[in-house]
Design a protein around this ligand. Sequence first.
Ligand code: ANZ
Ligand code: ZN
Length: 859
Amino acid sequence: MKEYNPQDIEPRWQASWEASGAHKAAEGDGRPKKYVLEMFPYPSGDIHMGHVRNYTIGDVIARYSRMQGFDVLHPMGWDAFGLPAENAAIKRHSHPAKWTYSNIETQKASFKRMGFSYDWNRSVVACDPEYYRWGQWIFEQFWKRGLVERRNSPVNWCPSCATVLANEQVIDGRCWRCDSEVEKRDLTQWYFKITDYAQELLDDLDQLEGWPERVKQQQSNWIGRSEGAQVDFVLCDADGTEPANPSDDDIITVFTTRADTLFGCSFFVLAPEYARLPELVAGSAYEQGVLDLIEASKKITAVQRAQGTHEKHGAFTGRYVVNPINGEKVPVWVADYVVADYGTGAVMAVPCGDQRDFDFARAYDLPIIPIILAEDDPLYDRLKDERGRAVTKVDWEEAYAAEGVLVQSGAYTGMTGGKHSEGEAAVVSKLEEMGRGRRTVEFRLRDWLISRQRYWGNPIPAIHCPECGVVPVPEEDLPVMLPEDIDLAAGETLATHEGFVNCACPVCGRPARRETDTMDTFTCSSWYYMRYTDPHNQSAPFDPATANAWMPVDQYIGGIEHAILHLLYSRFFTKVLRDMGMLDFDEPFSNLLCQGMVLDEHGDVMSKSKGNVIAPEDMIASYGADAVRAYILFMAPPDKELLWNEDGLAGLSKFLNRAWRIVFDLKREGGDDSLFQADPGKGAPRSDAARAKLLRERHRVAAKVADDFGRNAFNTAIAAIMELVNAASDYLRVTGADDRVSDEAASFDADMAETIVKLLAPIAPHWAEELWTTVLGHKETSVHAQAWPAFDLELAKEDEIELAVQVNGKVKARITVAADLDQDSIAAAGRDAAAAALAGKRVVKTIVIPGRLVNIVAK
Ligand code: ANZ
Ligand code: ZN
């Protein structure tokens, strides 16, 4: 027998597969398509275990799909723009491209060493002008469709990355990339109007049955649709008189989901950034206090403000508005818990119903008027018919945010209150009738800020002309190439690069300046999966027919950290490209699997600074790629965390060795190495039964593995294959070498060996290929091109099953019965078998738990 030596067979098969083009997608050969995709990596250097896990999962799915008869598209590329390359270039006085491409080579070699079955001919590298050219082209199409806008507004600025960030890239107030605290700055920036698609991005989540619920939930929360109403309040003078004919300037509009609470509005709050605020307080005694508050609020992060968890600060503006529902005069405050970019940036404060307003009212001693109550509230009986105002103070600990009954609310007293309640509907109707309000829907989603003040990104193809304004670079001049002669270490940027900046206006020909911002790298990753379908297209980003044939991606695999970033942006791009007539589907990824993290043995994140990183290369060198693949699939379901444990890896390596030997033994090639010398005394008569038993196991396991693979339950699939290998081992022990001389027996054994090899082929592809082509004798073919082993569930059924018989909870006997025996007969057989233990007792009842045990209760 030949020894299993992964270090010998793995590189050999990798070279052979590559030479024969084994992993090319065929296209148009009549087989159904399957597009299996893993999120493309950032070329940061070496690969880590997270990559290994992500790409192993994808590779098993791709390989299994090929064996099922699919024409599989399984590509790989690099998300190659971004700051790390730029920072490395500055440190080394070199160019980001150099660092990037050298890392790509390193990673590519590691992916090949893992045996991943990519169609390398389709590789896409985001920093390649052949690719980014089309990113610019798409940008210009978006522009034509009115989906690109330049505007000045407060933006997130990462001081350490020295660039702005999209809202999605600010995580708990910090930069997604470098973790620095993000600041607010007022800047003119480029936006993609993703909000135009907010409703559809929300609605179509329902189509995504193959997505994890938590990812859909995160997207839904991020989009944040709220149904409510706008209510107009009119500014009045200090004694509460409204102007006779209020103009637009006299009106301040709020957004509320709880118009039903209007009678409880005891003050009014503007965001510190509310545009008209300075004008409202100009020259008044309250001006300084308000300006101080505006200044102080700049120090609180947007996230703290949005969560409303920080201590709330405010100032009175000296102004009043009139509550449209009851004509009451309401004081206007400014406070840092109101955000400028949600709703209208102004809030009708109802402290009895909203916790933030409640906290603020307590802090500044403002009235808390109970206008909504639970029926079991001590105040309820007293106020349930009260239309006016009997109580203006409560000793509550917190606001009452739930549904309840409206009290002290004029004509609305007695109605139910709450979001979408009867009371809410009635108040909004009234406001509409008065011309003081209207129904609206608000979204939390904001437009996607895509410009970045960095060199290593896709240049925004725009030109600033003093005469013509901001104009697109003509299509035939694309791509706007990144200049290669740039000295980043010396502080040079695109903006200081004269050769890049100076250009002629494409409209009037006058001297003009090129836009020097580059695009967010998330624009590159928003459509790369379409480019894979047609990667060498020179006249378009992709041919629509080709993309439509391959897309949507059938199985996408990647990290949960992209739940709202990449996955939301890609959905947006897909919808716009569809509306451009380039795609005929709505959603890019039909099924999504988010793999769990690989942690160290104590459950800590692996990191260089902690020194607990397990390098995949070291593990491959010790155990081989197949063992690493099998291990990473076996140790946990793919979406759960995996705690690294080298003993486990050694165990999987042992298993592959053992299965290897069993394949040889089944082919009677074990020779002196055979693990299975015949057990003396167990000869021919037992062979038929042993064979029948193993055959059953074969069908059961083949069916289970197919079912498990279908649910991406690779860990249980491997466990089932281990059971089959064990069963084969038992079989070999019972039948012994001498007993397997007949042709029939030989062919049974050979089929068993082939089945085991095929079942493991997606998981341990080199191991399987070597056995397939050598000991199994299929020299000229590949196991990966074979059909998945057929199975028959009828044949997997047991004829007989063994049951434990318990008397009062203690096992007293075992019985073997026909698998399809009815319950009463099983119960009777159980009582017979336990007759000794039942002697002198009365049987109270007999419970049969199918397939497991008979439980007899006796006194
Ligand atoms: C009065 C009210 C009474 C409210 C009540 C709530 C409860 P969602 O559901 O998240 O959309 N709001 C509106 N604009 C705001 C802003 N720019 N900054 C901070 N808060 C703002 O939240 C809608 C509610 O958030 C609105 O309804 C408003 O407070 C507040 F018992 O109006 B509500
Ligand atoms: Zn940063």
